[in-house]
Design a binder for this molecule. Structure first.
Ligand code: ZN
Length: 304
């Protein structure tokens, strides 16, 4: 259980020997998730020792090449290596046509099913949930339709105060009730109050992924107090005009958003190829929001 994020690609536009293009692997309470899949992602998965056949869910932010062109190769490799388990893909609706056209024209019949979930929303929408996590998509502002993702852990049960179990000779059905925030009435008339016998559950973990986008000030509501925020910072603020023209964000803007949203930690990525070092980007952001890191391929972030 827990949260383990691996950065597979942290550069913008084209893959280079130093940085892959956008892709992240997230193991969140044993849900195996791929977020974006730029060209070369399957090699990055191998390099960073992620078993790609175990991926269950793929979330694609938008259909610029540096965010999805690796998908066809990855799905083809899954097929060649004998995958039979279905995979869920959450993406703008055009992706289905792109993939299915390619498979059809090349006479490929995949051994596994792709279950498509269209992203086509004007406001924040719940797109996935199970008994442990939920995922929301929200629109960003880019040259083509683009979505951010908010991954939220569901509130866990309360935990027992160990010493009370023995002291009160608690039975399993009683423990189950107490952990579910219910009081227990015993046969002798005694009422056990769950607040006296259990600890608060741990705070649910939250992670938000935002790329590619113009600076959107009111995203601070969606991102409010997330533990970890990944936000693109394609340029330094000196190139604000360039950022505006290409619908991207500067390091200063990303850090301002993190500050206003009171997030726990800010991860920056999607750096323009013009930067051979991220020192200036990181400095600029840290001046506004101190707990900021410019990510590199292979970086891992653990929570919980
Ligand atoms: Zn883009």
């Amino acid at each position: 259980m827990g949260f383990n994020l691996t950065i597979l690609g942290s550069g913008a536009a084209t893959p280079t020997l130093k940085r892959g293009v956008t892709a992240q692997y997230l193991n969140f309470n044993e849900r195996k998730i791929l977020i974006d899949c730029g060209e070369g992602t399957q090699l990055q998965l191998r390099k960073f020792k992620v078993s790609f056949q175990r991926i269950q869910y793929i979330f694609i932010s938008h259909l610029h090449g540096d965010h999805y062109l690796g998908l066809l190769g990855l799905l083809s490799s899954m097929h060649l290596l004998g995958r039979e388990k279905a995979i869920h893909i959450f993406a703008p609706p055009e992706l289905k046509e792109i993939l299915e056209t390619q498979f059809k024209l090349t006479y490929v019949k995949l051994k596994f099913e792709i279950i498509y979930h269209d992203l086509n929303f004007k406001a924040k929408t719940l797109i996935f949930e199970d008994n442990s996590i939920e995922v929301h998509a929200f629109p960003l502002k880019h040259r083509i339709p683009c979505y951010g993702f908010l991954f939220k852990e569901k509130l866990k049960e309360r935990t027992m105060i160990k010493s009370k179990i023995k002291a009160l000779d608690l039975k399993i059905p009683e423990i189950v009730k107490l952990k579910a925030s219910q009081n227990v009435a015993r046969e002798n008339g005694e009422v056990l109050n769950y607040l006296d016998l259990t600890h608060e559950p741990p705070k649910p973990i939250t992670y938000a992924f935002c790329t590619d986008t113009k600076y959107i000030e009111n995203l601070k509501e969606t991102l409010f107090k997330v533990d970890l925020l990944y936000h693109e910072a394609t340029f330094v603020h000196q190139l604000l005009d360039r950022a505006k023209a290409t619908y991207h964000t500067t390091a200063f803007q990303a850090a301002s958003l993190a500050k206003q949203a009171e997030v726990g930690k800010l991860l920056l990525g999607h750096f323009s190829q013009r930067y051979s070092s991220t020192t200036d980007i990181e400095k600029e952001a840290q001046a506004v929001f101190e707990n900021t890191v410019c990510v590199k391929d292979g970086d891992q972030f653990l929570l919980g």
